[in-house]
Write a protein that binds this ligand. Structure first.
Ligand code: SAH
Ligand code: SF4
Length: 411
């Protein structure tokens, strides 16, 4: 694999080339995490197994990798003993490297992770009474520069690979000790291997960490397929939500090829304000976006589209804005719920959060319009784990360093 292969991403804002592939390993072995069954079989046959053997072994290895979470080929007890060192010589079972793990006072946990080629990204786990949600990143940084989002100010951007995306979920299961103990003899009936959410800490996944998942569609799809596979991580698509800032041309494929719940970062109801705070709106406007929502495959009253709306003081939080939001949702006949997100500030942010009274009033107006509009409680603020605060420590440090340098040179 080459590191120089570049991918141009769609969008007028910043068509930055993004390196697509992982760095080859110095020891010449191949990391299997992120690969589907067919690719595992290809690799095994390239190493000399005949087609039948390769297919059978790939199925076994797949189960151990993704359903049982083992990180050592020696643990694959139904694979013949001599075969295990043979696998170890050629392959590895990777995980993102943990740079730092933090615990918030409210139970939220944040991990600063690093790719093999040294890029840092973050994931967050948010425990609640009835569920536990893992907030997964799709990119290092983000090219979209929404004005209220700290991640959008990161300069360095790279798409995460399928292995780095599914690796986050696997790492969370490692940390929470939640791999199923299951037996191996369920034959072809993968349903027996299904992972039930009952009594588990990690029950839901949101693609709401760093990055725009629909700008990294193929890798996000391939990773989520491993997460949803009955013999993989076996998490139901109903428990997975993908959030997009509105990459309209990819929304239909998202519904068709991934099939997860959709959340849309709407944040404003007029062109003028949305152009300012979500610059992608200049390319895909509100009407186009809402039409794509109306056409989203799989959306229904039972599976509503979530509209995220960040509450910015005197910017998008008036009574008229709330009424317009209700009108738009009705006009496009959208099965919708609204999620009001109090703005989480960060150093140098150009906005303030709306007052609690304003947020409450806004929520009431939307509720009165017949649409559920709960206010999201910010979690993990003390460790900068709340929505839009994700930006890696390395970047923060370099900014602090830059500030110090600037101060020194001004003296
Ligand atoms: N790029 C995707 C998903 C990641 S952001 C998207 O934009 O939808 C997840 C959510 O957090 C989005 O709704 C985003 O708009 C919101 N968000 C970003 N910065 C925020 C901040 N400072 N305060 C509150 N919410 C924020
Ligand atoms: Fe990117 Fe989402 Fe942040 Fe916008 S809100 S800059 S799309 S991560």
């Amino acid at each position: 694999m080459s590191t120089s292969e570049l991918m141009s991403i769609p969008g007028i804002i910043d068509p930055v080339p993004v390196a697509r592939n992982i760095t080859p390993r110095a020891d010449g072995r191949t990391d299997l995490i992120g690969l589907p069954r067919a690719r595992l079989a290809d690799l095994l046959s390239a190493e000399g197994l005949d087609a039948r053997q390769a297919k059978l072994r790939a199925k076994q290895v797949f189960h151990w990798l993704y359903h049982r979470g083992v990180t050592d080929f020696e643990a694959m007890t139904d694979i013949a003993k001599p075969m295990r060192p043979w696998l170890t010589e050629r392959f590895v079972i990777g995980r993102p490297h943990i740079v730092e793990a933090q615990h918030s006072r409210d139970g939220t946990r944040k991990w600063l992770l690093q790719t093999d080629d040294g890029h840092e990204f973050e994931m967050v786990f948010i425990p609640d009474a009835d569920r536990g949600t893992l907030c997964v990143s799709s990119q290092v940084g983000c090219t979209l520069n929404c004005r209220f989002c700290h991640t959008g100010t990161m300069k360095l951007v790279r798409n995460l690979t399928p292995g780095e995306i599914v690796g986050q979920v696997m790492l969370a299961r490692d940390a929470l000790g939640e791999w199923p103990k299951g037996k191996m003899d369920f034959g072809d009936d993968a349903s027996e291997a299904e992972y039930t959410a009952d009594g588990r800490l990690l029950t839901n996944i949101v693609m709401m960490g760093m990055g725009e998942p629909l700008y990294n569609f193929d890798n996000v799809r391939d990773a989520l397929r491993l997460v949803m596979d009955g013999d993989g991580l076996a998490l139901s698509k109903r428990r997975i939500t993908l959030s997009t800032s509105g990459v309209v041309p990819m929304m239909e494929r998202c519904g068709e090829e991934i099939g997860v719940n959709l959340a849309v970062s709407l944040h404003a109801v007029s062109k003028e304000i949305r152009d300012e705070i979500v610059p992608l709106n200049r390319k895909y406007g509100i009407e186009e976006l809402l039409e794509a929502c109306a056409d989203y495959p799989g959306a229904s009253n039972a599976r509503r589209i979530t509209f995220e709306y960040v509450m910015l003081k005197d910017k998008n939080d008036s009574d008229a804005d709330a009424r317009e939001l209700v009108r738009l949702i009705r006009q496009y006949k959208l099965p919708a719920k609204v999620n009001l997100i109090p703005f989480n500030p960060w150093p140098g942010a150009p906005y303030e959060c709306s007052t609690p009274e304003r947020v409450r009033r806004f929520s009431e107006i939307v509720f009165d319009g017949g649409i559920s509009a709960p206010v999201r409680t910010p979690r993990g603020r003390d460790i900068d784990a709340a929505c839009g605060q994700l930006k890696t420590a390395a970047e923060k440090k370099s900014r602090a360093e830059r500030d110090r340098e600037a101060a020194a040179s001004a003296m």
